[in-house]
Ligand binder design. Structure first.
Ligand SMILES: [Zn+2]
Length: 438
């Protein structure tokens, strides 16, 4: 048997089947897909390969899936910190967006975000921002797998001026990328407080027609609930339910404000939750009851949110925060053990995005979306349990190699599809331009 690429690794953590850790195993890639997983002595005997890589102290895991972010906002990183959500949005982010957002801004911000994500082991991200077509083109150029949110919001932007304009651009975006195997477009109405009833109903109709998921911020803060009660006389989830927005295709981000009955109803609807612990902590938005959602049978994925409210796109750090926070919130150190956290950052993200047939675990036949982490470093020794080291000890500088669809995007820590020097120069120019707003 011949492979395009053969990787000999100290550990392979496929995530499916759950809990499995393969020691001294090899992974073969052919035509961009995972061809086989087998013990290394057997691989050396039976397989030839165009390219062979020895990773003697590394663990291979499925590429990490950042299930909620706003990539272009990386250009706003550190611009306005230590504020509550609405003050942060209304006094800083929205005015800066009105002033600066353009196709060029989105191209450079997205590229900065993708460089950071690849360097920290992320292979796929679920985005929500203006000019998603530009982010899509940058994703094709960098090789990352991208889910592009077709944004919808009640106020005008450089991208569209009203609901008709946003939806028109959404359908054009969906059309433009429909034949790209690594890109998917999904509906992304911003939040219950920023999109009114009628456009939400139109999203539901279009999502049904096109069979596409709906990605939305839901129950992010206490203020959101209070405002909805005042304006609509009901909590946001109840309103979404009445509008027909809830269902197995809803990707609800944050969900920090949940009553017991809402957890049960949401579980029954089959919807997905994306937990963004660091953004929630930084904006003091509240705590997502992750352990209770998982107990109720809800699929919970993990995201960083944008770099303006985190302030990084580091999924290894996010896993650690999620693991620790869930224990604190539940007052129980046994909830959300390390393997469950890794599932949230991989297969659960793939399920939420409807991509689990393609990515999210290291299974023969799936796309070769793979991250290698070097555990033979002072910081992660000794290694009794590689999953524990990855979730609780490893830093993103230990990510050595990243593949998407079999294409190596990070080679021994070096980006292969993004010119780092040029990127840093471009961001320096933006820094000068944006400085007056910071
Ligand atoms: Zn967000």
């Amino acid at each position: 048997m011949h492979a395009d690429t053969l990787i000999h690794a100290r550990w392979i953590i496929p995530v499916e089947p759950a809990g499995q850790v393969l020691e001294n195993h090899s992974l073969a890639i052919s035509n961009g897909r995972i061809q086989a997983l087998l013990p290394t002595p057997q691989a050396r005997e039976q397989l030839t390969a165009t390219e062979t890589l020895d990773l003697p102290g590394h663990a291979l895991i499925p590429g990490l899936i950042n299930a909620h972010t706003h990539t272009p906002m990386s250009l706003f990183r550190g611009m306005a910190d230590d504020l509550p959500l609405m003050a942060w949005l209304e006094q800083h982010i929205w005015p800066a967006e009105q002033r600066w957002v353009s196709a060029d801004f989105v191209a450079d911000g997205s590229r900065l975000a993708m460089a950071e994500m690849i360097r920290s082991g992320t292979t796929c991200f679920n985005d929500m921002y203006f000019f998603p077509d530009v982010t899509g083109r940058v994703a094709l150029e960098t090789g990352m797998r991208a889910v592009l949110g077709m944004i919808l919001i009640d106020f005008p932007s450089a991208w569209a001026s009203d609901a008709d304009g946003y939806l028109e651009r959404a359908l054009a975006l969906h059309d433009a990328f429909r034949n790209e195997s690594t890109i998917r477009a999904v509906f992304a109405p911003h939040a219950p407080y920023s999109v009114s009833d009628q456009p939400l109903q139109r999203v539901r109709t279009l999502a049904n027609e096109l069979d596409l998921p709906i990605h939305m911020h839901v129950h992010e803060t206490r203020d959101e609930i209070a405002q909805s009660l005042e304006q609509y006389g009901k909590r946001p989830l109840a309103r979404l339910q009445q509008l027909g927005l809830t269902g197995p295709d809803l990707i609800a981000v944050h969900m920090t404000q949940l009553q017991d009955a809402e957890i049960g109803e949401f579980a029954a609807s089959g919807g997905h939750v994306v937990h963004c612990p660091e953004s929630n902590l930084k904006l003091a938005s509240g705590f997502c009851p992750v352990a209770r959602l998982l107990d109720a049978g809800v699929n919970v994925a993990l995201g960083t949110d944008g770099a303006a409210s985190n302030n990084d796109l580091d999924m290894l750090g996010e896993m650690r925060s999620a693991g620790l926070l869930a224990k604190g919130v539940a007052a129980d150190p046994e909830v959300l053990p390390a393997p469950k956290v890794l599932e949230m950052a991989t297969i659960n993200g793939a399920k939420a995005l409807g991509l689990d047939a393609e990515t999210g675990s290291l299974k023969p036949g799936k796309a070769a979306d793979i991250t290698a982490i070097d555990l033979q470093r002072i910081e992660t020794l000794p290694v009794f349990d590689p999953v524990s080291q990855i979730v609780y000890s490893a830093g993103r500088e230990q990510v050595s190699h990243v593949w998407v669809n079999g294409q190596m995007l990070l080679s021994a820590g070096e980006l292969t599809s993004i010119h780092s020097g040029r990127l840093m120069r471009d961001i320096g120019i933006w820094q000068e331009k944006l400085r007056e707003d910071s």
